[in-house]
Write a protein that binds this ligand. Structure first.
Ligand code: NDP
Ligand code: ZN
Length: 179
């Protein structure tokens, strides 16, 4: 029922807000971290027109395991297998060196599920729009440039999923001279 969908979404927003409560983004204003997962979900609903509850829940939860003490077991108990599977697909293994994590994102992108691809595309769009607004604290312009180049390689493996999000990403890549 529609009521269940709304309740599940609010439960995800609340869970993510609690888990990310002490974190800030890397922008000069140190924006509360929770703005990011909410903004990723909003790209999917308001820009891409997506209403799939599993995708939207996964978007709200997508950085809880990677960036907080949340476990996949905890997510599965609270939000079920389908949502947890998508979050698992978009979560980097933080025990690996960062170069390897970045490489694996490029390698895994093409074989991930359509749901995971949608979340990943919206995540990349949100982060690249952030970078367009300003260089994160402590980053050189070279580091920013490399992030755009790497993101393009990941996005190239996610194509054919969400034309609207892909065209927004392409506007950014074109402006940066990457296509
Ligand atoms: P990342 O490159 O992983 O940082 C970018 C991530 O930070 C984004 O993917 C996003 O992830 C999050 N984020 C938070 N705030 C912002 C924001 N305002 N704009 C964009 N993204 C934001 O940095 P790490 O700290 O993990 O560093 C690891 C990588 O950086 C390695 O590959 C390393 O080689 C490279 N590096 C490069 C340097 C250089 O000068 N070229 C120097 C040092 C490291 P999320 O969606 O999860 O929030
Ligand atoms: Zn993210």
């Amino acid at each position: 029922a529609q009521g269940d969908v709304l309740i599940n979404l609010i439960e995800c927003v609340d869970f993510a807000a609690i888990k990310h409560r002490n974190q800030r983004r890397k922008d000069s204003d140190s924006t509360p971290y929770i703005n990011h997962p909410i903004g990723v979900a909003r790209i999917l609903t308001h820009e891409a027109g997506i209403q799939d509850i599993v995708i939207l829940q996964a978007a709200l939860l997508h950085d809880t395991v990677e960036d907080t003490d949340t476990t996949f077991e905890e997510l599965e108990k609270k939000f079920g297998k389908a949502v947890t599977k998508v979050v698992r697909e978009v979560t980097d293994d933080k025990s690996l060196p960062s170069e390897e994590r970045k490489r694996l994102q490029i390698v895994h992108a093409p074989t991930s599920s359509p749901e995971a691809k949608a979340v990943k595309l919206a995540d990349k769009l949100y982060n690249l729009r952030d970078l367009c607004k300003g260089t994160p604290r402590g980053w050189s312009s070279k580091r920013c440039e490399e992030y755009f180049k790497w993101s393009k390689k990941v996005v190239d493996g996610l194509r054919g999923t969400c034309p609207i999000i892909e065209s927004e990403l392409d506007k950014i890549f074109t402006a940066k001279g990457l296509m």
